[in-house]
Design a protein around this ligand. Structure first.
Ligand code: ADP
Ligand code: PAZ
Ligand code: K
Length: 310
């Protein structure tokens, strides 16, 4: 919004000044309406808090209906207490101008079981809600064809739900998290399985912690594939090495699927990698949060009888 100070409006243009003033007043009104619209909780809307507990980060997403209105990342730390997570979250809600009391449901996906109880007790104490944990008994809407569906990481299933709902199948989902996971979904929405590789962050961590002369490097693309110094040589090995890993696995998976699958990338390092990997069709940074929202919708009637779960 632009408010022109009266001193900047030339004398002799009184009517222009009035027009400008009117435009500014209308804009002021509209921008305030926008603020009310975009800061749910203030407008009394019902919110869903989706929590994705990964091995490196816990991602929190607040949905107002289908829109993600805020998302925050906190480090996964099993030594933190429920109170500490609660206070951090309260602060983040306040900073975003969202009323915590407007959260009517919480849905959680976790691949770090020791942290579950912590986050569940935070949900009870700070939100007065019993969260839904994605796991056995929760309807996902996709059929899992892995040998043992119970052992598949909840984040992989939630990603598959979101990607299938957004793009249809066949699909290959690549999640650049603590591990790099590859998941295949058929045209009919069946989860087939995939691959689990050591993640980029933990692999590079191993490299510089185990080799005395190798420094910690920034994960950026070097000027050339042939590195001219230790840092650029490491960046080349990491960026192009992992790009090659993705290309090879995707190529072989497509061959095995026998169909031209769409490739969707997510996870903390998806953006960096997608620049170097031609086979990635789409980046969805919030794929897991989107999947959690969809799963909540599919289960809300069964879990709460359609009522808020307070
Ligand atoms: N916004 C970000 N920008 C750059 N790197 C990130 C970002 N978020 C996470 N990372 C890095 O990506 C890796 C995986 O993170 P994340 O996807 O949060 O893992 P997980 O889901 O396993 O907790 C980590 O090495 C982390 O440091
Ligand atoms: C493969 C994973 C470690 C990935 O976790 P993340 O990188 O998101 O922290 C997680 O999905 C997991 O623990 N899965 C269980 C094994 C499986 O999916 O078969
Ligand atoms: K994850």
């Amino acid at each position: 919004m632009v408010i022109l100070p009266a001193s900047k409006v030339k004398i002799g243009t009184k009517s222009a000044f009035i027009v400008l003033l009117k435009i500014n007043l209308v804009e002021l009104l509209l921008s305030n309406l926008r603020i009310i619209y975009f800061v749910p909780g203030k407008a009394g809307s019902i919110l869903l808090l989706a929590i994705d507990i990964g091995n490196t980060n816990i991602v929190f997403g607040v949905f107002s209906d289908k829109s993600l209105v805020a998302d925050w990342r906190l480090a996964t730390d099993r030594n933190r207490t429920a109170d500490e997570y609660g206070v951090l979250l309260k602060e983040l809600f306040n900073l975003s101008g969202i009323n915590m009391k407007s959260v009517e449901a919480i849905v959680i996906s976790s691949v770090v079981p020791p942290v579950n109880a912590l986050i569940e007790s935070m949900a009870k104490k700070f939100f007065h809600l019993n969260p839904i944990l994605v796991g056995p008994g929760i309807k996902t809407g996709i059929s899992i064809k892995a040998d043992n569906p119970r052992e598949v990481g909840a984040d992989r299933i939630v990603n598959a739900v979101a990607a299938y709902s957004l793009y249809g199948g066949p699909l290959i989902i690549v999640d650049f998290g603590t591990a790099t996971t590859f998941c295949c979904v058929t045209a009919r929405g069946e989860y087939l399985g995939g691959a689990i590789a050591p993640g980029i962050g933990i692999s590079t961590e191993a490299l510089f912690s185990r080799a005395a002369k190798l420094p910690r490097v920034e994960l950026i693309k070097p000027p050339s594939v042939i590195g001219k110094n230790t840092v650029t040589a490491m960046q080349s090995g990491i960026i192009y090495g992992f790009a090659g890993q993705v290309e090879m696995l995707v190529k072989r998976m497509k061959e095995e699927l026998g169909e031209e699958a769409k490739v969707i990338a997510t996870g903390g390092l998806a953006r960096v990698m997608a620049q170097e990997v031609a086979v990635i069709d789409k980046i969805e940074p919030n794929l897991t949060l989107i999947g959690l929202r969809i799963i909540y919708e599919r289960n809300r009637a069964a879990v709460h009888g359609g009522q808020p779960c307070r």
